[in-house]
Design a binder for this molecule. Structure first.
Ligand SMILES: *[C@@H]1O[C@H](CO)[C@@H](O)[C@H](O)[C@H]1NC(C)=O
Ligand SMILES: *[C@@H]1O[C@H](CO)[C@@H](O)[C@H](O)[C@H]1NC(C)=O
Ligand SMILES: *[C@@H]1O[C@H](CO)[C@@H](O)[C@H](O)[C@H]1NC(C)=O
Ligand SMILES: *[C@@H]1O[C@H](CO)[C@@H](O)[C@H](O)[C@H]1NC(C)=O
Length: 438
């Protein structure tokens, strides 16, 4: 009895540490304008790509019609440069009248009508990063009410043109103000990015109580170098940031740039695998109207998404950093499953990496292995069996594993059926159905 009570108490105290708006129990997924479309406001010359209601309606159409929404990509998020340079006569934020002639409330209705959610952008400071009106301490409540009245579902609050005392007061006050509107609004805080120092001077307990997600590090750019810098930062500081993540509160390494110009297909698989294993929010910033079928296949990989969305919500960690420039990441998943990512920083040739599950601290037993990007079941593995994975330069091998009583000698159909049953257990029956065709 005593032990049960203790467990319940621990579970309860853990639950009260998260922001209590009922949202984002798994990492949020969707689309965010910034990395791909920046602050293009030249609608006269670039009407299809400028920051306007046309762009967000187009992306909502694509999310709804091209199979994204069903996979969980439901947020359509506006970033900077949406607003007018002036607040209205009552002091409220208002959209640029030329680029958003219908207003944000109408855009929200359109997006909700497609079964999606709308996110908007603000800044806890005098101006946004691109120089539009910011949210100051005295406009927090008004701005929260404005967003709620428009039907907004998520707010990214940046931190340009600000200082630490304004942020220390402002980020928690906005959390309270959003709650007071009565509308559940996901809250993304850029606060940690603006707190200098190594390790960063951030109280992640406080952050988890007020925000659903937070940007820890610099903006992503459309390049492999940018991905490497972010992954290095996240792994170098994993002892501090990994325990901060959990259902309702996530570390955010920033947008997916898969489908843009900077990554090869191998590098695209690497970003998807690393973001999935790190339990990162999955916000694509690309042009869904023209995204290549290769990029789409990676972004729509159901098992990678299922790993990202695992209900336990435990962020994965780097277990091993080899001198050979191979990193091994591990993430525990529900129902005793787990994921591994073998990641190569090499640029010369495919590297044959040898290890065993025992070396990776798996408990004794036999494991089923599914290769996430090959989309193939691998031979079952004993913990003690040495195996070799061949990892492409700047690429990954990603595995989904679970302990099984199946023996290596058992026929392929038997193993396959057990795998399917497992993936069904895993919560997404539709995933399993689509895997039967492999
Ligand atoms: C506001 O906070 C309370 C208490 O934490 C919570 O029960 C409620 O669901 C929250 N409401 C919204 C809209 O976030
Ligand atoms: C921070 O900014 C606020 C508002 O602009 C200003 O009133 C305050 O003096 C600043 N504080 C510091 C420590 O710079
Ligand atoms: C972080 O904030 C929590 C809750 O306010 C507090 O209990 C804890 O002592 C703080 N941690 C540090 C290192 O300041
Ligand atoms: C496995 O566990 C041992 C003992 O706890 C530890 O020393 C070792 O670093 C672990 N190995 C990995 C790859 O995590």
């Amino acid at each position: 009895m005593y032990q049960v009570a203790t467990v319940l108490l621990l579970a309860f105290s853990a639950a009260t540490r998260a922001l209590d708006n009922g949202l984002m129990k798994t990492p949020p997924m969707g689309w965010l304008a910034w990395e791909r479309f920046r602050c293009d406001i030249d609608c006269d010359n670039d009407p299809q790509n400028c920051i306007s209601e046309v762009l967000f309606r187009d992306m909502a159409d694509r999310l709804a019609e091209d199979g994204w929404r069903e996979l969980g990509y439901v947020y359509v998020n506006i970033d900077d440069c949406w607003s007018s340079k002036k607040r209205d006569e009552q002091g409220r934020l208002q959209p640029d009248p030329k680029r958003f002639p219908g207003g944000i409330a109408k855009l929200a209705r359109y997006i909700h009508g497609r079964g999606l959610k709308l996110g908007i952008y603000g800044d806890m400071g005098t101006y946004t990063c691109a120089g539009y009106p910011g949210t100051t301490l005295d406009t927090i409540e008004m701005d929260a009410r404005t967003f709620a009245e428009w039907g907004v579902d998520m707010l990214k609050l940046d931190g340009c043109y600000s200082n630490s005392s304004v942020q220390e007061q402002g980020y928690p006050l906005m959390s309270k103000a959003l709650n007071a509107t009565g509308r559940p609004i996901g809250y993304s805080c850029s606060w940690p990015c603006y707190q200098g120092g190594l390790p960063p001077k951030v109280n992640y307990t406080v952050l988890g109580e007020i925000c659903n997600l937070w940007r820890n590090y610099e903006d992503i750019q459309d390049s492999w170098d940018s991905i490497l810098t972010i992954v290095d930062w996240f792994t170098d500081h994993q002892d501090i940031i990994q325990p901060a993540a959990g259902p309702g509160h996530w570390n955010d390494p920033d947008m997916l740039i898969i489908g843009d110009y900077g990554l090869s297909m191998d590098q695209s698989r690497s970003q998807m695998a690393l973001w999935a294993i790190m339990a990162a929010p999955l916000f694509m910033s690309n042009d869904l109207r023209t995204v290549s079928s290769g990029a789409r296949t990676i972004l729509q990989n159901k098992v990678a998404i299922a790993i990202n969305q695992d209900p336990l919500g435990i962020q994965g960690r780097r277990l091993i950093k080899e001198k050979s420039e191979i990193d091994v990441f591990w993430r525990p998943l529900s129902d005793d499953a787990s994921a591994l990512v073998f990641f190569s920083r090499r640029t010369d040739m495919p590297f044959r990496y040898q290890t065993s599950l025992k070396t990776l601290n798996y408990t004794a037993g036999t494991y089923m292995v599914y290769d996430v990007f090959l989309q193939k079941i691998q031979p079952t593995l004993k913990d003690t069996t040495n195996f070799v994975v061949s990892i492409n330069p700047t690429g990954v091998v990603m595995w989904y594993l679970f302990p099984t009583t199946v023996r290596q000698e058992e026929a392929e159909p038997v193993r396959f059926t057990k795998m399917l049953k497992r993936i069904k257990l895993y919560g997404r029956e539709d995933y399993a159905d689509s895997l039967t065709g492999l």
